[in-house]
Design a binder for this molecule. Structure first.
Ligand SMILES: [Zn+2]
Length: 99
């Protein structure tokens, strides 16, 4: 764990928060929701190779941790008008799609 992650007792498994570097002009905190392959996923989906491979990942820009309500450090400088971007990566198929 580096300094750019949020330590939290309330995060469910598969969810974590990570910030960009402090000096990044587009500084942001991203909430990641990652669905990792289990053994039964590997049997059903032959595009997946290893247990723990991500099947899909969703990430979104946040200012507060939605689980404990803590304001994340360094977010004062964020321009909230252009904040809140999100994306979704589907890795559970051959092509791998980004939405
Ligand atoms: Zn938290």
């Amino acid at each position: 764990m580096n300094n750019n992650t949020h330590e939290c007792n309330y995060l469910p498994e598969g969810v974590f928060l990570e910030s960009s570097k402090d000096e990044d002009p587009e500084f942001s905190w991203l909430l990641y929701i990652k669905r990792e392959a289990s053994e039964s996923d590997l049997e059903e989906n032959h595009y997946l190779e290893n247990e723990g491979d991500p099947i899909w990942t969703t990430m979104l820009e946040v200012i507060f941790c939605p689980y404990c309500g803590e304001k994340l450090p360094g977010t004062e400088k964020i321009n909230k008008k252009s904040y809140g971007k999100f994306s979704h990566i589907d890795s559970g198929s051959w092509s791998g799609k980004v939405f």
